[in-house]
Design a protein around this ligand. Structure first.
Ligand SMILES: Cc1ncc(C[n+]2csc(CCOP(=O)(O)OP(=O)(O)O)c2C)c(N)n1
Ligand SMILES: [Mg+2]
Length: 551
């Protein structure tokens, strides 16, 4: 009778459930799982810190529609992986964290790296459980996969004790599980579809906010058809960028604050009124704003602002319903309204305000001048990753997306350090696309050692560091006899040399006139490259009506 061990059964179960990628760090007791994963054809990427591995797993989940797996050792490995669970929960991205655990017969004894792992993972997870019998591994993997992608996507956790990983059972004793089908697409009630369209028809200053929920549900065709048909102005959330082409004439991206403040009816499409959208509250929103809300999770409806119409269901399915209902209506939002004119005027004024910074060729450079070259250089099909404070915020406005699911950033949780993990995931999921990450100098530090990972795995990612020598900015010169202020980092630190240390290519740019050539050389290089751009220590955003982190 043939035997199978827990590690092999875990790998086979993941493979059966459509998990294609595993990111992790091996050690006690999970080494056999990584080896078994490679044997069954799951791509295993060994990384340098579990945080990055857990970020990579969730990005792979978002990009592929099936959860990415993150494999970590017991105790400290699981603790590092919590960073990714928390980020996945807030971003609504699917992943499975698989934590090794000490042997069950040592529970409570002070075993090597013993920790209360299911307990600490549970608050961040939709489903967290320890596997207690080898023959039940397929059952738990099915549950973890299903929970991660059905309903609102999110994180799951499986605890794999040493004795379960090494335990052997007769193959015929395995409890086989069904393969999880892609998530069912729920539709809204027809009367709510009609109500939603009535509300939009009644608006004087309508606005559609397109969130990454629409990217997740692969609704880009339906959303594009809806906007073309209704001619409604739209705003993309940071990672909803690209569901609609950012360069579309109906995009209000360049007049974001004005559009949010003045809109009288807002159609929230797979987006949330959390801090990124200023909670939907005054002074950033009209006090009387009416909300039409489409969300996959009923409990998300009316969060922070009561919704007048609730469309609970799958983004692609429900916008499809709206498009169908529009076939029997004449209405579309007219082109020549005061609302369009006001948005156009505000966009022009904002553009005028930043133009001098774009045109400024002085050394060291500023964000807008750097982004002028970066966005002209970015290939249309690139996956664009962003992290940092100013670097990410300004990057959101200065680097356009043409297509869906090509923008990954620190998102709702604002996690610094996601960039390298996201690069790794994007590079393995999309080997044919350029992968570009634009990172602040603080942000790159959190996971900088993953430069070794991208070099070892020959993932030709291109990283641009906008280096202002600090967290949101630095100082011109270090004080001689005092410790550096808390936000300050090394002036002109050579992150490019880190990339070179592992076999990639590095460029250091002090004068913006050299930037474009370096970016081109980085793209032409057949491997990972980092372009380190020295920025003025006090370079900033355009003056904001509202402060940092709320604007
Ligand atoms: C894990 C984590 N730690 C700390 C922070 C606080 N934080 C917010 S932005 C930021 C870095 C901003 O500096 P940088 O990446 O250099 O971008 P810049 O604004 O200077 O362009 C930090 C440390 C965070 N968001 N996440
Ligand atoms: Mg900085």
């Amino acid at each position: 009778m043939s035997k199978i061990n827990g590690a092999t059964l875990m790998a086979q179960s993941l493979k059966q459930q459509g998990v294609q990628y595993m990111f992790g760090i091996v050690g006690f007791p999970v080494g056999p799982i990584a080896e078994a994963a490679q044997k069954v054809g799951i791509r295993y990427i060994g990384m340098r810190n579990e945080q990055s591995a857990s970020y990579a797993a969730q990005a792979a989940g978002y990009l592929t529609g099936r959860p990415g797996a993150c494999l970590v050792v017991s105790g400290p490995g699981v603790v590092h992986g919590l960073a990714g669970l928390a980020n996945a929960q807030q971003n609504c991205w699917p992943m499975i964290l698989i934590g090794g655990a000490s042997a069950t017969h040592q529970n409570g004894m002070g075993a090597f790296q013993e920790e209360r792992q299911v307990q600490i993972a549970a608050p961040f997870c939709k489903f967290a459980h320890a596997v207690e019998h080898v023959h039940r591994i397929p059952f738990y993997v099915e549950m973890a996969v299903r929970n991660s992608i059905y309903g609102r996507p999110g994180a799951t956790y499986l605890d794999m004790p040493d004795d379960i990983i090494l335990g052997e059972i007769d193959e015929e004793k395995v409890h086989a599980a069904a393969t999880v089908a892609d998530p069912p697409r729920m539709q809204a009630m027809q009367e709510d579809v009609d109500k939603a369209l009535n509300a939009l028809e009644s608006a004087e200053r309508p606005l559609v906010i397109v969130g990454k929920g629409m990217g997740w549900s692969r609704a880009e065709d339906e959303v594009r058809a809806f906007i073309e048909r209704t001619q409604l102005p739209f705003l993309a959330s940071p990672m909803g960028k690209g569901v609609m082409d950012d360069s579309h004439p109906l995009s209000v991206g360049a007049a974001r604050s004005h559009a949010l403040q003045e809109a009288d009816v807002i159609f929230l499409m797979g987006a949330r009124l959390n801090w990124i959208m200023h909670f939907g509250l005054p002074p950033r929103f009209n006090k009387k704003v009416r909300i039409v809300q489409l969300d996959i999770a009923p409990e998300a409806i009316s969060q922070n602002v009561p919704a007048e119409v609730a469309l609970v269901g799958d983004g692609k399915a429900v916008v499809g319903q709206l498009n169908k209902a529009l076939e029997s209506r004449q209405w579309f939002y007219p082109k020549d309204t005061p609302w369009h004119a006001a948005i156009a005027q505000k966009s022009a004024a904002n553009a005028k305000q930043i133009q001098p910074m774009i045109d400024d060729n002085s050394t060291p450079t500023n964000y807008y001048r750097a982004f002028k070259d970066i966005s002209a250089w970015l290939p249309e099909n690139a996956v664009i990753i962003g992290e940092g404070a100013n670097t990410m915020d300004i990057g959101r406005t200065q680097m356009p997306n043409r297509n869906a699911r090509l923008r990954l950033d620190a998102g709702s949780y604002g996690t610094m350090g996601i960039g390298m993990g996201f690069c790794v995931a994007a590079a393995v999921v999309h080997p044919d696309r350029p992968i570009v990450s634009v990172s602040g100098d603080s942000a790159i530090g959190f996971s900088g050692m993953e430069m070794e990972t991208v070099c070892r795995h020959r993932l030709p990612v291109k990283i641009v560091v906008l280096n202002n020598g600090g967290i949101g900015g630095g100082i011109a010169e270090f004080p001689k006899n005092e410790p550096p202020p808390p936000r300050v980092l090394t002036i002109g630190a050579r992150y490019d040399k880190m990339m070179e240390a592992f076999g990639g290519k590095g460029f250091y740019i002090e004068d913006p006139k050299d930037l474009r050539a370096a970016l081109d050389a980085a793209m032409a290089f057949d491997g990972p490259a980092l372009v380190n751009v020295r920025l003025h220590h006090a370079a900033g955003r355009k003056p904001q009506q509202f402060g940092w982190h709320t604007s």
